[in-house]
Design a protein around this ligand. Structure first.
Ligand code: SF4
Length: 489
């Protein structure tokens, strides 16, 4: 999971890109980068949070009315500073590119790019593969000035070779800003406009909240398989290149996206409220003696409030979050994840002591975080602890860019509900039903009927996820983790 933003405006864009990246910091805390253009490219990248990477001196240096920013959680690659995006190739024209997602045939592409195109990929970052194929496809057209059809043809070349889920933003020097979303539209991407008199400005981003913060409006989705090209006259050209079923990632609405964002026209907050209502219906069937509903902050709050309302129960924010500690789910190493739970959450004992507590969370992945929270609640003297997850059991690896790629890690893998409850130490665990999760999204946009739900049901919409690919990703992920552990200790 990563966040991307690109702007083509009239004045310097670095401050807007910085604000935009802060708005989507939740999509990755590992590294960030900004590249701007004013006749040459200016770059600043680094490891860590956006606010810690960019200084006043960087703002002075990053000149230009065009730029791309990225905030990254590592998917392929161990997350070194060298792998931070955006990436640059200097031919043809000079192109910068950033992406959100994961290329599943990366190893094969790396070989093809070297053997067939004689281009060397110099990092472990899969965006470099997309960038080099895009550059090659443009170069082969031998155009001195790029027209929309050249861009569309180059993206067609990318779609035919690059498998996976990816949303991309790129700038081609003196030609224009380009954005595209993979043929299945797995990863979100939106664009908006700003009119200040004169030529309009355009921005492209992973989430609509990013455009809100940067004061762009007329927000539209980049559709599945669609290309958006903003030329040097700031004229916008779009083309949908493929007709695959649009299958957006369901987990965006469950966890990744901010509640104030719209993903494919569905407000994330509204969706989480529906999910709370649906889970409340399921909880009701179990006739549990619940005294208090407690959300695991922050993502579960919206659903938990609705559960308490629907069940007419007391709602208490009995777990207080230290906002200055990173998200545990996207912290790469397990040790980091376990110890950070205690640093991140502190209980209000009086709201838990002697009570039957229903904890509500968005999901249960490996179960380490859930178990640590349950232990903490029991240590406060809770009588019984129930656990409601407003998404279904996660059982399959995500190959499209989310850090849950090793299938043996899932607490729900080969386990029934009683076994899962035992593993995380609760009296009962209640999950959302997958069809109701789809329905919660569909209520916000009835055109959305197909989804990527592969981590829940094992059906990969791109259809080309072989056991070799799964094994490769698992191996790569393991190596990355070992490297990460070495870095941590
Ligand atoms: S496998 Fe799950 S997390 Fe990955 S893209 Fe599909 S729905 Fe999203």
């Amino acid at each position: 999971m990563c966040g991307i933003v690109g702007i083509y405006a009239t004045d310097n864009v670095v401050k807007d890109i910085y604000q935009g990246l802060l708005a989507i910091q939740h999509r990755g805390q590992d590294s960030a980068g900004i590249v701007t253009y004013d006749g040459r490219f200016h770059t600043k990248k680094g490891n860590g949070l956006v606010r810690d990477i960019f200084t006043a001196e960087n703002f002075r240096r990053l000149k230009g009315n065009i730029g791309i920013g990225h905030t990254r959680y590592p998917t392929v690659g161990g997350g070194s500073g060298e792998d931070a995006q955006p990436f640059l190739v200097n031919s043809p024209f000079g192109i910068i590119m950033a992406h959100n997602g994961n290329v599943i045939n990366y190893a094969e592409l790396k070989e093809t790019i070297f053997n067939k195109y004689h281009r060397l990929l110099n990092s472990d970052n899969d965006v470099e593969a997309i960038l080099n194929i895009f550059a090659q496809e443009l170069a082969e057209q031998k155009a001195k000035k790029l027209k929309p059809q050249h861009i569309f043809k180059a993206v067609e070349g990318v779609f035919s070779q690059v498998k996976g889920g990816y949303s991309v933003v790129a700038y081609i020097a003196e030609q224009g800003l380009v954005a595209f979303r993979d043929p299945f539209g797995i990863k979100p991407l939106v664009y908006g406009r700003q009119d200040n008199g004169g030529l309009p400005s355009y921005a492209i981003a992973s989430e609509s909240v990013c455009l809100d913060i940067m004061n762009f409006s007329h927000i539209k989705n980049v559709e599945a398989g669609q290309v958006v090209f903003i030329d040097q006259n700031r004229k916008i050209h779009t083309r949908k290149l493929t007709r695959c079923a649009h299958t957006p990632c369901l987990f965006e609405w469950v966890y990744f996206a901010r509640p104030d964002s719209f993903i494919d026209n569905v407000n994330v907050y509204d969706c989480r409220v529906h999910l709370g209502r649906f889970l409340a219906d399921e909880i009701k069937k179990h006739k549990l003696d619940i005294d208090v509903v407690v959300p695991v902050p922050d993502s579960a709050r919206d659903a938990a409030i609705e559960i308490a309302r629907a069940l007419d129960l007391k709602y208490r924010e009995a777990l207080v979050k230290n906002r200055y500690i990173g998200r545990t789910f996207i912290m790469p190493a397990d040790q980091t994840r376990r110890s950070s739970v205690r640093q991140k959450l502190n209980p209000i004992v009086s709201e838990l002591k002697g009570k039957n507590v229903l904890l509500v969370d968005d999901s249960i992945v490996r179960g380490h975080t859930s178990r640590a929270i349950v232990e903490m609640v029991r240590e406060c003297g809770a009588k019984k602890v129930y656990f409601g997850a407003y998404s279904p059991p996660l059982r399959f690896p995500c190959v499209y860019g989310i850090d849950m790629q090793t299938k043996t890690e899932f607490v729900a893998r080969n386990a029934n509900l009683d076994q899962i409850a035992k593993k995380i130490g609760v009296d009962k665990v209640i999950y959302q039903n997958l069809e109701l999760l789809k329905k919660a999204v569909n209520l916000g946009n009835d055109k959305l009927t197909n989804f990527c739900a592969a981590c829940f049901d094992g059906i990969y919409p791109t259809g080309d996820v072989t056991s070799e690919i799964l094994k490769d990703i698992e191996k790569k992920r393991k190596t990355d983790k070992e490297n990460q552990l070495e870095l941590n200790f």
